[in-house]
Design a protein around this ligand. Structure first.
Ligand code: KET
Length: 398
């Protein structure tokens, strides 16, 4: 019976992590997966997280099942971060929020909800997008198609084309949007563009599903959620999946959340119940450890402020690496424009290298990027940046 099982070729991002781990090249550099490494090339444990861990360990407490929707303090943290402390929509109890198993888990529960309660809806993702958006929705039986987004010639958003495309969609179709730090391109909409896009979304009665995995890595905590808060102000129905993997450096703890903004408190309660039921039949309830860290850090003013500072330090180090890489490449590859390195936001840069060039970087230099030419700038540091720049210059000259 197992003969019918297909071979899995591996994930284009996570598979790269395995290849990198096996590579014996002493100069190897991991610019594949969206993970922040510090100046010494290590995965950081944030200071605010260390303090939270100490709270959790003193005393070591029992581990009961937690509610299907996660810990109350974790859910509150998601809501306040996304919608603002004291936001009217929260006071009106119009947001159904569950803690989820990472941003991926939030997307999965959201996709299951859409499949069940919006069966006629089609979901649209940006061209290109994070590949797992497509897999998660398609394998939840939600049809997925692409909307125009990235213009590689101008390294900007095909904004007019995108809006014209939105105009052709049907009521209740779902749009997966990246409020900040677009993955994989690093090209975001401006606030004016968000205003215009959301107007079209409202006029056509489309449903925005905003996936925010990099809050704080773009401009700042507030600006990065501009689109979310604007959609709420406009009274739009809205799904938001958020991840704490990157901004708390808690990748393996799998912490995130799903929030659904509804027109009334009564509807939010019904939606909340269905989210609970979806969780129950999928994995019953989330693990508690990461949720406790989120709760402790976000609900303590001093720890929260410390956290924001730590996120901004990560953001600023990435920006410094962008500048440095740009200047080294400009010196080494005259005549080629590297402005994209500093105009793109967040962890990722779309380098425009061909698949062959990406492959050569890997095999000849041990420099790992995703096949679509996405580089995780957060993997650069002052010890490896010249090596990477020279390697890129080499493959670009061939
Ligand atoms: N949304 C986006 C846009 C995203 O980039 C990621 C992770 C997630 C959701 C998932 O978040 P998590 O909390 O880890 O479940 N992206 C990086 C890692 C990955 O591919 O899984 C990446 O693009 O490298």
């Amino acid at each position: 019976m197992f003969d019918r099982v297909d071979y899995y070729p591996g994930d284009p991002i996570l598979g790269l992590m395995g290849e990198y781990a096996k590579d014996t090249n002493p100069n190897k550099v991991n610019l594949g997966v969206g993970v922040y490494y510090d100046e010494s090339g290590k995965l950081p444990v944030l200071e605010c997280v260390k303090t939270a861990e100490q709270h959790i360990a003193n005393p070591i407490s029992p581990r009961p099942y937690i509610p299907m929707e996660g810990l109350p303090g974790n859910r509150k943290a998601c809501q306040e971060l996304l919608f603002g402390k004291g936001a009217k929509v929260l006071e009106e109890k119009r947001v159904a929020t569950i803690a989820a198993i990472g941003g991926s888990g939030a997307l999965k529960i959201g996709a299951e909800f859409i499949n069940e309660w919006l069966p006629e809806s089609k979901t649209y993702v940006s061209d290109p997008t994070w590949g797992n958006h497509i897999s998660i929705f398609e394998y939840s039986n939600v049809p997925v198609a692409k909307y125009p987004y990235y213009d590689k010639v101008t390294n900007s958003v095909k904004f007019d084309e995108m809006l014209a495309f939105f105009e052709t969609l049907n009521k209740n179709d779902v749009l997966i949007l990246h409020p900040c730090c677009h993955n994989p391109t690093g090209i975001d909409l401006t606030q004016e563009q968000w205003d215009k896009a959301l107007e079209v979304i409202q006029a056509k009665e489309l449903i925005p599903f905003m996936d925010i995995a990099y809050q704080g890595f773009g401009k700042d905590m507030e600006s990065d959620v501009y689109a979310i808060r604007k959609a709420v102000d406009m009274g739009l129905p809205l799904f938001v999946s958020n991840s704490f993997s990157k901004n708390l450096s808690l990748y393996g703890e799998r912490v995130g959340g799903l929030s659904v903004v509804c027109p009334t408190a009564e509807l939010a309660e019904r939606v909340f119940g269905q989210l609970q039921f979806t969780v129950r039949r999928t994995y019953s309830s989330p693990p508690s450890h990461g949720g406790r860290i989120v709760d402790i850090v976000m609900n303590d003013e001093a720890l929260y402020d410390q956290w924001v500072g730590e996120v901004y330090d990560m953001r600023d180090r990435i920006k410094a690496m962008r500048l440095k890489l740009k200047s080294v490449l400009e010196a080494n590859v005259p005549g080629r424009n590297f402005d994209y390195l500093t105009s793109q936001n967040g962890m990722f840069s779309f380098t425009g290298l061909t698949p062959e060039q990406v492959e050569r970087l890997k095999t000849k230099f041990g420099v790992y990027m995703v096949g679509n030419s996405r580089m995780c700038v957060a993997g650069l540091n002052s010890s490896n940046i010249d090596y990477v720049a020279n390697a890129m210059a080499e493959v670009l000259k061939d």
